[in-house]
Ligand binder design. Structure first.
Ligand SMILES: Cc1cc2nc3c(=O)[nH]c(=O)nc-3n(C[C@H](O)[C@H](O)[C@H](O)COP(=O)(O)O)c2cc1C
Length: 342
């Protein structure tokens, strides 16, 4: 199939990067085997672990990508953070965990991760949360790496194009997990991914991968019809056989206990969409915008909640299509999603 996709894969489908467990090397390999393009998620990983995964993926001899979080620490209100820590004390006590108060910067090992990508280039890199320096984009491109930038608004798209990226990942507000917004304080209005894809398509002819809110083959068709060259699937791969998501999380998506998703800062201090549970209900309105300080603050609590299977206090990231997430081999899920494409 010829296209303007960065890689001429058989299917216009991409496995969206999902940090925190789901994006295993097995998932990315299965996506490649099914004719799509898979992304590894380097976020939250040590550089050593990232390097191991890249070595594994290089051994396949097929295109793949890796996603990084770009440091985007914003000034935040210390008092609000203190107040939020106090508010979470009862939750922590119920879990037998601490509220870890750890303000300050945390760049997720940015420099070491970039050094790995410059020393041993990979086929594709995507960036989320902010735009890296244009000099870095040029350096990566000079090494033969296709550089993609995740954008959520027209202004972000314009800035990314101006900085010289090869392709855009256009994330709509119905996406599961963190919004890739560069402005985490902003309100995130609801609309279908196809709408923002069409607006950004009007700006540029570079390849666009649309992502967010896919609930079946009809949404994939709509996003493609709006001008995308590919569609990235997140939540609908969380229950794939090759996913590394924990059984508690996989089951929660389809248990019927959760009927909707919400965008919340309650777990990490940055807007993210997840199954609407008690923790979001109790704290969503009070959480300050302070990433990664809130992420680190709640991390011991979330670890305890995973261990004890406490879905009322877990961050269960999910896009609006979550109820359609099937437990099936990745190839079967992707072929089903491509089934209404012309
Ligand atoms: C569990 C989970 C983890 C995610 N981790 C990342 C990540 O590491 N980097 C990133 O750019 N986006 C991440 N996302 C967002 C996805 O890449 C993608 O934009 C989103 O899943 C698409 O929406 P959908 O879930 O409705 O398909 C994550 C999403 C989920 C559900």
């Amino acid at each position: 199939m010829s296209s303007s996709r960065p890689f001429d894969t058989e299917l216009p489908l991409v496995a969206a990067p999902m940090a925190g467990g789901p994006s295993t090397t097995a998932l990315v390999q299965a996506v490649a085997g099914a004719g799509g393009l898979g992304f590894l998620a380097a976020g939250y990983k040590t550089p050593e672990r990232m390097a191991e995964e890249l070595d594994t993926a290089r051994g396949w001899g097929v295109p793949f990508g890796v996603n990084l979080f770009v440091p985007n620490d914003q000034p935040y209100d210390e008092q609000a953070l203190n107040a939020y820590a106090a508010e979470l004390a009862d939750e922590a006590a119920a879990l037998g965990a601490e509220v870890r108060f750890a303000p300050g910067a945390d760049d997720d090992h940015w420099a070491d991760k970039i050094a790995l990508l410059l020393d041993a280039p990979v086929p594709a890199v995507s960036f989320s949360f902010a735009l890296p320096d244009r000099s870095l984009i040029a350096e990566l491109k000079g090494r033969g790496t296709v550089v993609l930038q995740t954008v959520t608004t027209l202004d972000e798209a314009r800035a990314a194009l101006d900085a010289g990226v090869d392709a855009l990942v256009v994330q709509g507000p119905r996406a599961g997990g963190h919004s890739a917004t560069w402005t985490p304080t902003r309100a995130i209005e609801d609309f279908p991914t196809a709408r923002i894809v069409a607006r950004i398509r009007a700006l540029t002819s570079v390849p666009i991968i649309g992502t967010g809110g896919v609930d079946g083959p009809g949404t994939v068709r709509e996003i493609m019809a709006a001008g995308a060259d590919g569609v990235a699937i997140g939540t609908l791969l969380v229950r794939a056989e090759e996913s590394g998501a924990s059984p508690v999380y996989q089951d929660a998506l389809v248990s019927g206990e959760f009927t909707r998703t919400t965008i919340t800062r309650a777990f990490t201090g940055r807007p993210a969409r997840g199954l609407h549970n008690g923790f979001i209900e109790r704290h969503g309105e009070h959480a300050p915008t302070a990433y990664p300080a809130v992420h680190r603050m709640t991390s011991p609590m979330r670890t305890r909640a995973w261990i004890t299977g406490d879905t009322d206090r877990l961050s269960l990231w999910a896009g609006t299509g979550f109820a359609s997430a099937q437990a099936a081999p990745t190839a079967q899920i992707l072929h089903g999603l491509a089934s209404q494409l012309p």
